[in-house]
Design a protein around this ligand. Structure first.
Ligand code: P61
Length: 460
């Protein structure tokens, strides 16, 4: 189980800092109004604690920075590529590595390599960019998450697991139409929830029965392995390396946004077990991402990524990282704030419908909470709810709402201290005190796809 946070401290020293400053409340009220009540339009210098995302926002180590100085900036055959390839082989067991500029670049290449129009890609719960790339291929993304994953306050382990019966039923529904199953570890949309080794193994067995490939969306693979070690019987005394090796042994490859668990500010890759998949993927990689041995990145980026992939497996690091996320979650529970339970790997997710029961769905309770938290404490979270995942039915024009309506507080790795987390909890508690007088938002502009990035709102 998890070690109490006061029994250990950060397993690093801080060698360099970036100054941040708090703005005053009238300034924040003006800025958020000018931003159309959309935090994507705020200048980041006007944010005191930035929990918009854990992607590309982490602090690299001195060892990674030293590697940046050893970039081999060759167009072809960079030594940093070979280091990355060897690292991926060691950790994941996959022989063939295709670097890309970030995670969605890897998704683009994978979908073009293996997905045909009319196919159905089954997953526990596809992330929004993944879903976008499946749709762009004229295929259908299908989520097979077990029911518990949708129940916000249910305290059960491994809420990123597949419903195995549903998975098999979906395969049987359209024989020959499933190019692969995608396991997203951890499952981002419902709280950074882990998938158990037993569930992953069972997915592999089902896939084998039907001759289907299995891939991982490995963005937060090390965090998933840490949960397996802490929570799954039989894994307590295994190392993170051993757990990762077993987990990836059930797959035919993976996509990776290295901006998360490779501890870099930019980068990604695809990895394959089979040479035939690699050969096909390279045909898409070269025109869109660049040659095989750089994939839209500089040699120095490849080196930082290779080093980050080894560093993230360190148990002290993972304990501190996930311990900090849980620390914030515990503070919010104590303050009576409704959060997704149990706390997941990379952030704390607040249930906005329970926070603002008087604000109807079409007045965007989670977006309203994002706005109020910024005004209250200069803290930027992100909405994962009706704005990000809702849409209009193209035929009836009616609103289709997602199951969940959440504010996500994603914590960058090795960037903030627990004192920053104290301030986040205090600011949310103050918003809660005045919750019943807060008014919702009216959507005044929306783009046809991924509307949350550019949406604009007014106060109701
Ligand atoms: C995030 F508001 N995630 O969680 P790329 N797979 C998975 C991801 O979490 C992921 C990608 C693939 C982000 C960044 C983000 O609407 C948004 O390197 C499980 O970002 O291309 C990214 O990897 C894609 C935030 C993405 C968003 C889209 O914050």
């Amino acid at each position: 189980m998890f070690r109490p946070r006061d029994e250990y401290a950060e397993p690093f020293r801080i060698k360099m800092v970036e100054m941040i400053k708090m703005t005053d409340r009238p300034t924040r009220e003006r800025l958020i109004r000018e931003a159309g009540y959309n935090v994507f339009f705020l200048p980041s210098e006007a944010v005191y604690i930035d929990l918009l995302t854990d992607s590309g926002t982490s602090a690299m180590s001195d060892y990674q920075w030293a590697g940046m100085m050893q970039g081999d900036e060759a167009y072809a055959g960079s030594r940093n590529y070979f280091n990355l390839k060897e690292t991926v082989k060691d950790i994941m067991g996959y022989e063939y590595v295709v670097p890309t500029h970030q995670g969605r670049g890897a998704e683009h290449v994978l979908m073009n390599t293996l997905v045909k129009p009319g196919d159905r890609v089954l997953g526990n719960m596809h992330f929004d960019t993944t879903e976008g790339h499946i749709l762009l291929r004229g295929a259908e993304p299908v989520n097979c998450l077990a029911e518990a994953g949708y129940r916000v306050s249910e305290e059960s382990d491994f809420k990123g697991n597949f419903d195995l019966d549903k998975l098999e039923a979906e395969i049987k529904k359209c024989p020959g139409k499933v190019p692969f199953i995608l396991i997203t570890v951890t499952c981002n949309n419902n709280g950074g929830q882990p998938v158990s080794m037993a569930n992953i193994r069972a997915v592999r067995e089902i896939a084998d029965r039907y001759g289907i490939r299995v891939f991982f969306d490995a963005a937060r693979f090390a965090e998933n392995c840490y949960f397996i070690k802490q929570l799954e019987p039989g894994y307590e005394s295994k190392t993170i390396e051993e757990i990762a090796r077993e987990m990836f042994s059930y797959g035919d490859g993976c996509t990776m946004s290295a901006k998360k668990d490779a501890l870099v500010n930019i980068g990604g890759f695809l990895a394959f077990r089979r040479e035939e998949d690699f050969r096909k993927a390279v045909q898409w990689q070269i025109p869109f991402e660049g040659f095989i041995t750089y994939g839209g990145l500089a040699g120095r980026d490849l080196e930082a990524m290779a080093r980050g992939l080894r560093e993230v497996l360190n148990l002290d690091y993972l304990e501190d990282r996930i311990g900090q996320v849980r620390y914030l979650g515990d503070l919010l529970v104590k303050a009576g704030i409704p959060i997704v339970r149990p706390v997941g790997g990379h952030g704390v997710y607040v249930d906005a419908r329970e926070f603002f029961p008087h604000i109807p769905r079409d007045q965007f309770p989670a977006q309203t909470l994002v706005v109020e938290l910024y005004i209250e404490g200069g803290i930027r979270g992100v909405e994962l709810g009706g704005c990000a995942f809702g849409r209009k039915d193209p035929v009836t024009g009616e609103d289709i709402w997602p199951e969940l309506e959440l504010l996500r507080l994603a914590i960058p790795r090795r960037v903030y201290t627990d004192r920053h987390m104290n301030l986040v909890a205090r600011a949310l508690a103050r918003v809660k005190e005045r919750a019943s007088s807060v008014r919702g938002l009216k959507l005044t502009y929306q783009a046809p796809v991924l509307r949350h990035f550019t949406a604009r709102f007014e106060r109701v």
